[in-house]
Design a protein around this ligand. Structure first.
Ligand SMILES: CC(C)(COP(=O)(O)OP(=O)(O)OC[C@H]1O[C@@H](n2cnc3c(N)ncnc32)[C@H](O)[C@@H]1OP(=O)(O)O)[C@@H](O)C(=O)NCCC(=O)NCCS
Length: 164
């Protein structure tokens, strides 16, 4: 297991307990969780999320890898990139990402998604990597397009998002 991934502007490192404060900065905002089944988070919920991440990181075999996105220069934590092995036998993984709105539209999610995909194929030896997003989530769908993913279809009634 590599403990960090890096590209030109960001370093992804394993999420730590203290990160809940920076997680809360974005997870408490309505627009960040508009297309998510959770949130906006209370402080307790953001803390609980990070605690669960740490529990999952210690499972064997490990399926969940949650990285804090930090700026290379300032080391500020600006979001999270997640990698899940969904099927060990068939070598299938899923990526997800979230960025603090302060930094939206600057290419960070795209940079992070590329790192996660490279990690999955090269370090976890995966055969297939997928992602899902709400069809209305134009930013996320654009990120997936930019990193070279192919749209495979529409999964109906998949998640209970706020408006149903
Ligand atoms: C989705 C999200 C991660 C994108 O992060 P980001 O760092 O802003 O993404 P990038 O800058 O790498 O790319 C975003 C792209 O979407 C485009 N975009 C964003 N909102 C858009 C909109 N409403 N209409 C058209 N294009 C839009 C941007 O212009 C950019 O494309 P471009 O490079 O071709 O100009 C961020 O908005 C976020 O954290 N959202 C909340 C959590 C979330 O939805 N996560 C994904 C779960 S599926």
């Amino acid at each position: 297991m590599i403990d960090h991934l890096e590209s030109e502007r960001v370093i992804l490192r394993e999420m730590e307990e203290k990160d809940w404060i920076d997680v809360h900065k974005y997870a408490s905002q309505e627009r960040v969780c508009e297309y998510q089944p959770w949130g906006p988070n209370s402080e307790k919920e953001s803390g609980g999320f990070v605690k669960q991440v740490l529990i999952d990181a210690n499972q064997e075999p490990r399926s969940r890898f949650v990285f804090s996105i930090t700026l290379r220069e300032s080391r500020e934590m600006i979001g999270a990139g997640e990698f899940n092995i969904r099927d060990h036998t068939n070598k299938v993984g899923e990526i997800a990402y979230i960025v603090n709105p302060k930094y939206w539209g600057m290419g960070f999610a795209t940079e992070v998604a590329k790192l996660l995909i490279a990690y999955g194929f090269h370090e976890c030896n995966l055969h297939r990597i997928f992602a899902t997003c709400d069809p209305r989530n134009i930013g996320s769908s654009r990120v997936l397009e930019k990193v070279g993913m192919t749209k495979e279809g529409r999964i109906r009634e998949h998640l209970l998002i706020k408006d149903g």
